[in-house]
Design a protein around this ligand. Structure first.
Ligand code: 5GP
Length: 201
């Protein structure tokens, strides 16, 4: 069976990756979204196993020592990681998988799986990003400042990605992501082949 496509999506906190991914999921129901493990506490409305696997520091370190992560990173003082066996299972079953991970994790995936499609999502401006982080209302003033400083550093990393999308409007950005994914799946170098022709007698 043809392996699924691995898609890596990164972008600064508050750029709207979550909202865009929800719209993308509606457009591409066959696309799977990886659920990461994290040591940060759940935000209101977040559900264990759907948004993240919320782990204790000990549990995360144990998995790390066992080599269970395809990639992991310390982001805003908390650990985040993608579980290796979940990724291999989805791809081996021929399904496409999107990882929404930070720039450090993307670098690790790029090294191990150079066939992955990498996409960077940028805000239309830093002012727009600040407004979105404040508007989300889930972070206090110190965290907001930390996230904005991190965002400025993260923006530099766009050069290491194959695609850059600016998230001006959710639906338009989701449509753009869908078209990137569909185009990548049409690449002959990625194994796209014509349907087998019926041989007439
Ligand atoms: P949040 O706490 O806002 O959900 O996520 C914070 C940051 O962690 C985001 O930039 C997100 O992309 C990143 N992140 C989420 N899951 C993972 C993961 O499994 N690995 C890495 N490296 N980063 C992740």
């Amino acid at each position: 069976m043809k392996k699924g496509l691995l898609i890596v999506l990164s972008g600064p906190s508050g750029v709207g990756k979550g909202t865009v991914c929800r719209s993308l999921q509606a457009r591409m129901p066959g696309l799977c979204f990886s659920v990461s493990a994290t040591t940060r506490p759940p935000r209101p409305g977040e559900i264990e196993g759907r948004d993240y696997y919320f782990l204790s520091d000990d549990h995360f370190q144990r998995l790390l020592a066992e080599g269970a992560f395809l990639e992991w990173a310390l982001v805003h003082g908390r650990h985040y990681g993608t579980l290796k066996d979940k990724v291999s299972k989805v791809l081996a079953s021929g399904n496409d998988l999107l990882l929404e991970i930070d720039i450090q994790g993307a670098e690790q995936v790029r090294r191990q799986m150079p066939e992955a499609v990498t996409i960077f999502m940028a805000p239309p401006s830093m002012a727009a990003l600040e407004q979105r982080i404040i508007g989300r209302g889930t972070e206090d003033a110190v965290k907001i400042r930390q996230r904005l400083e991190a965002a400025r550093r993260e923006m530099e990393a766009y050069r290491n990605y194959e695609y850059l999308v600016v998230n001006d409007e959710v639906e338009a950005t989701a449509a753009l992501l869908a078209s990137i994914i569909q185009s990548e799946k049409c690449r002959v170098s990625r194994g796209a082949r014509p349907p087998v022709q019926e041989v007439s007698e």
